[in-house]
Write a protein that binds this ligand. Sequence first.
Ligand SMILES: NC(=O)c1ccc[n+]([C@@H]2O[C@H](COP(=O)([O-])OP(=O)(O)OC[C@H]3O[C@@H](n4cnc5c(N)ncnc54)[C@H](OP(=O)(O)O)[C@@H]3O)[C@@H](O)[C@H]2O)c1
Length: 308
Amino acid sequence: MRWLVTGRDGQLGSCLAAGLAADPAEDLLRATSHADFDVADARAVARVFDDVDGGVPDVLVNAAAFTAVDRCESESELAFRVNALGPGLLAERCRDVGVRFVHVSTDYVFDGRAREPYCEQIPMRPRCVYGQSKAEGERRVLEVLPDSLIVRTSWVFGPGKNFVESILRQLERRRSGTIEGPLAVVDDQRGCPTYAADLADAIRDLATLSLRRDSADGEDVRGIFHLCNSGSVTWWEFARAILDLAGYADLAIERLGTQDLDLPAERPRYSVLDCGRAARLGVRLRPWREALASYLTSRPRGATAEGV
Ligand SMILES: NC(=O)c1ccc[n+]([C@@H]2O[C@H](COP(=O)([O-])OP(=O)(O)OC[C@H]3O[C@@H](n4cnc5c(N)ncnc54)[C@H](OP(=O)(O)O)[C@@H]3O)[C@@H](O)[C@H]2O)c1
């Protein structure tokens, strides 16, 4: 299949691009970065399939997004441009040219007040600007092109800025004496950590299935799907596992409450996603702990990342 991927320099986009480029059975026509293609620029979107060597792709995966959750609170116009306007424009272009559109969304579209995993049909009630902009993106995409796939995921870690790197960086700073005092992590938010490389593979499988099913028995592989590594944790439990797997089981971590951090954006307290719909089609991600171990062994030795 022929693919076009946006968000090439992000966690998910880089895994998608690397996996597709390395697979001789797939044809990655183009993977765009923010610098060479702004998903919210209508004129650029109108030309997105022009001059692509190999012609029009079968699938466009939009992994580009404005993901800085707290910055979205003060930069809401930008958040809606990138996370809602852009996906809508891409969906229009895909509809006009006949390309399957896969758009990636988030657990932050939910309010976090549930007590059991969220399935795809539960109404969106985002509590922060990032979640609102992503929810609006989903609505626009499905309105324009109901055949699209919307893949909601959560707590992504992969090449780039993420929670795992943040914990490892804080560990290093304590070991080098730059910072004193124990590590402290929030223990009252629960979700599903997701390895970007596993998510990329699952997105490929789902998109492939959606095109095959269209041409075969016509079974409904379109609309919203939840895709995360299996199992759930609090951020504290996740930090504990990171340190244990990195060989620092003896290092203590203090437990914080969400209110202790006083961050601009409200986070869902509970955002475990029910991935049963994809699993029934045979698309399943492994348990998060196995995925974390894999990430820790594959990341460049001594790598650290700024941010999160
Ligand atoms: N990270 C998470 O924990 C998480 C959780 C749930 C869902 N998701 C969703 O998963 C998807 C992938 O996330 P990720 O973690 O891979 O994000 P990421 O690492 O932040 O990557 C996003 C990429 O999009 C690019 N981008 C931003 N604005 C753009 C624009 N206007 N045009 C084109 N590219 C633009 C960014 O480039 P610059 O950095 O140069 O701006 C960045 O390379 C997103 O849809 C996100 O909402 C992520």
